[in-house]
Design a protein around this ligand. Structure first.
Ligand code: ADP
Length: 555
């Protein structure tokens, strides 16, 4: 802009200066021409008076100073006398404009360029009383001639004008542009500048406000989006059409062990090159949605990729990564449980069938029949308790079929269960010690009874003869703690974490003689969780086991 203003001003002032110079020159030349003719007229008048007064015209004319050319022309145009040339050699002058005009009007003027062009001849003719014409001619500089003479001066003037124009144009451009350059675009209406800029500045202010409000709305949306995705437990990755990461939340970054900020903008394969991720993406590109299972460390994830379409073309892909470790584990557990149930049911049934077959075929001796019937009874009882445990577990799993929680006197339950198990304890040579504080909790009596029964039953079963079982109930802060401890065989450390699993038994062959389904502790754990209680188990091989169930107190 500054350069444009400079050139406009510079060329304008240069052209103006040249035009002015030209006009002045032209006016000067016209004045000069008029002056020449005035002088020629005065001179002609003077020569005419002399000519009229003399008797010897030739002598008079010859005596005139040789400054200007004097010609005497007859009425028919014949040159009678000429101060510069031989009159006889000159052609007829009747057609000369100044002569023609003089013969008509009494006087005539004309000017013609001489052969050199740099000179111009001025003619003034006057009609004499006798019809002849007296003509005075002078030769002067033509415009071109004058220009030629003035050239160095003109060039100097032109140079000066150019320099002045350059300086002026530069100054003017700077002065015009400076307020524009100094505009404060952050506050357009605060500028004091040209009035002509007011509409522009008002428009800029309007646009600035609009941009600010749109930016604020955009940042707000971006913040909301980031807040939502950042608080998602699922991994979230947003890709552009060329699979570069536009957004990645903390969960996704931590799943892949990356820094969310540093991987932004990188290709998704820079984050992870797993086949699962590539498969899900490729499938999404073909079918619109794809999924794959990704295993990282101990965790299993489901990768869901979904193509985002803009009109008809893909604009990007959204990837969701769900942690399905628990779901996979639960599924695995369910499968194992079904397999175990079948196995556990089949074992006693096989025995029952075996003994029944022998008795049916009458191959058993009479004295063995009673023993076999006893075996059938034991196996059937085992089968029954197994089925009862399975039903109990499925009820706990269902939750919906459970009765409502009510205030329960846990002390009464503990004492009742211990009383019921006293004969079994005595049979095993185990002493039962019960020490219970009054403690009421919120729960389901049947389930609480089962918890205590299973724990005391285990404490008796896995005890040693002359061993003891302690059942204590006490209030600790806002909780009621049930401790069932024994001086039994204990559980090896590497089995401790697994005894709560369904059908898990430490020593299968030994436990077979003892009985049990392998579901007791898992029923305890499940029941406790249903009632909002926690279970802890501590055990040392050869020393004994203590199980603590901690319930929230009623008040
Ligand atoms: P089970 O019906 O076989 O007793 P549980 O689920 O009650 O099944 O117990 C799982 C396993 O944990 C038992 O088979 C046993 O090996 C071990 N166990 C449970 N309680 C005790 C205990 N008090 N002392 C030692 N071992 C125990």
């Amino acid at each position: 802009m500054k350069r444009r203003i400079f050139w406009n001003i510079f060329l304008s002032s240069l052209i103006a200066a040249l035009l002015l110079g030209g006009v002045i020159l032209f006016a000067q030349y016209r004045t000069y021409e008029t002056l020449v003719f005035t002088q020629l007229s005065a001179e002609c008048e003077y020569v005419k008076s002399g000519l009229l007064a003399t008797s010897d015209e030739s002598a008079y004319l010859s005596s005139l100073p040789a400054r200007d050319r004097v010609t005497l022309i007859d009425a028919d145009g014949t040159v009678l006398f000429d101060t510069s040339a031989d009159a006889l050699k000159l052609e007829n002058h009747a057609d000369r404009p100044e002569v023609v005009t003089a013969q008509v009007n009494g006087e005539g003027t004309s000017s013609r360029y001489s052969t050199t062009q740099s000179m111009k001849n001025f003619y003034y003719a006057r009609l004499l009383p006798d019809g002849r014409v007296l003509r005075i001619a002078t030769s002067q500089q033509s415009v071109l001639g004058m220009l030629g003479k003035l050239l160095p001066t003109m060039l100097l003037v032109l140079f000066v004008i150019t320099v002045v124009s350059v300086l002026f144009a530069r100054y003017a451009a700077k002065t015009i542009v400076q307020p524009i350059n100094a505009l404060d675009l952050e506050n357009p209406l605060g500028n004091v500048t040209y009035d002509e800029l007011a509409p522009l500045l008002t428009g800029m202010e309007r646009q600035r406000r609009e941009i600010i409000s749109r930016m604020a709305a955009l940042s707000e949306k971006q913040r909301e989006f980031a807040a939502v995705t950042e608080h998602m437990r699922e991994g979230f990755i947003l890709l552009d059409a060329s699979d570069r990461m536009l957004a990645i939340n903390g969960s996704a970054a931590s799943i892949f062990g990356a820094d969310a900020m540093s991987v932004k903008g990188a290709h998704v394969l820079m984050l992870n090159r797993s086949v699962a991720l590539q498969q899900a993406l490729e499938q999404a590109k073909i079918d619109g949605a794809g999924q794959a299972t990704l295993i990282r460390g101990a965790n299993t994830y489901q990768v869901l990729a979904s193509l985002v379409m803009d009109s008809q073309s893909p604009a990007g892909t959204v990837i969701l990564i769900l942690d399905i470790t628990d779901r996979v584990a639960a599924e695995q557990m369910r499968r194992e449980f079904s397999a175990n149930v079948s196995h556990e049911l089949k074992t006693p049934l096989t025995s029952i069938l075996g003994y029944a077959e022998i008795m049916r075929d009458g191959v058993a001796k009479a004295e063995d029949t009673r023993r076999f019937a006893g075996k059938i009874y034991t196996e059937a009882s085992q089968l029954m308790s197994l089925i009862e445990d399975i039903i109990r577990l499925s009820q706990l799993d269902e939750k919906t079929s459970l009765p409502e929680m009510v205030p329960v006197d846990l002390k009464a339950i503990c004492e009742d269960v211990c009383q019921r198990l006293q004969p079994q304890a005595e049979k095993s040579g185990v002493t039962l010690n019960v020490s219970c504080e009054n403690a009421s909790i919120r729960g389901i009596p049947k389930i609480l009874e089962e918890i205590v029964l299973n724990l005391v039953d285990n404490a008796i079963k896995y005890n040693t003869s002359n061993g003891s079982v302690g059942v204590t109930l006490k209030k600790v802060d806002q909780r009621v703690e049930l401790h069932v401890s024994d001086t039994g065989i204990g559980i090896p450390e590497d089995h401790l974490s697994r005894v709560f699993e369904r059908f898990y038994r430490v020593d299968r062959s030994r436990n077979k003689q003892i009985g049990g389904t392998g579901l007791g502790l898992s029923i305890v754990k499940h029941s406790a969780e249903t009632l909002g209680a926690t279970v802890q188990l501590e055990s040392k091989v050869g020393i004994g086991t203590t199980v603590t169930v901690s319930f929230p107190a009623l008040d």
